[in-house]
Write a protein that binds this ligand. Structure first.
Ligand SMILES: [Zn+2]
Length: 218
């Protein structure tokens, strides 16, 4: 069995979903880029029962290289995103409650808060609806993720990307929290959106966000 550490990391990630507010049951899946292809959660196995050997290894075209279980029904968009996006090392797909609720309105999350910029733009796009597991859904997701680290999927959920699994999980959590805040704000009135100019400034600041060396105190 190749990549035992990555397999264990994937299992830990999906088991953390409930605690991170990313959903319950087996809705949601995770993939990680591995030498020669993709490691992905299998279809329909409760997270508590997952063992490293259950993680399915696919080649870049999405064909099973190793594993006795079927890959997640969403293997297609996982493989397509990893094939197109060299900057992405891991993908988290979740049906988290607030992100999904907003995705059911088929609208983007606008710049109601500057943190929207963590996903790489001045909104979090909502990909148009297509049936789960289809090539059409994969195409919609790729378009919605252009230049971005996350998107919503209409009447479905969210996709979060990262250079590694830790980053992808953090992005999924961020999308869920922003969705919750947006929903809360909409209960009060229509949120006042940040202007395009301000979001450009924030996006510029975010390019260096978290990467600066700590200043020495004298
Ligand atoms: Zn799904």
């Amino acid at each position: 069995m190749k990549h035992p550490v990555l397999r264990r990391d994937i299992i830990a990630a999906v088991r953390s979903f409930a605690g991170l507010g990313l959903g319950v049951g087996t809705a949601g899946n995770v993939s990680v880029r591995a030498p020669g292809g993709v490691l992905i959660t299998p279809s329909g196995v409760p997270y508590s029962e997952l063992r490293p050997a259950d993680i399915v290894q696919l080649n870049p075209a999405g064909e099973v290289i190793s594993g006795r279980l079927a890959p997640s029904s969403e293997w297609r968009f996982h493989c397509d995103i990893l094939a197109r996006r060299n900057d992405v090392g891991a993908i988290v797909h979740a049906h988290s409650a607030f992100a999904t609720a907003i995705a059911c309105t088929r609208r983007d999350i606008p710049a109601f808060h500057y943190m929207i910029a963590v996903a790489g733009g001045d909104s979090i796009r909502c990909a148009p609806y297509a049936t789960f597991g289809t090539a059409a859904l994969s195409q919609h997701a790729l378009s919605a993720l252009r230049g971005r680290q996350a998107c919503l999927l209409a009447n479905h959920g969210q996709i979060a990307l990262g250079s590694n699994l830790t980053a992808a999980l953090a992005m999924a959590q961020e999308v869920e929290e922003l969705s919750r805040q947006y929903w809360l704000s909409k209960q009060l009135r229509r949120p006042v959106l940040l202007a395009g100019r301000e979001m450009k400034l924030v996006l510029e600041k975010f390019k260096n966000y978290g990467r600066r060396p700590v200043q020495k105190r004298r």
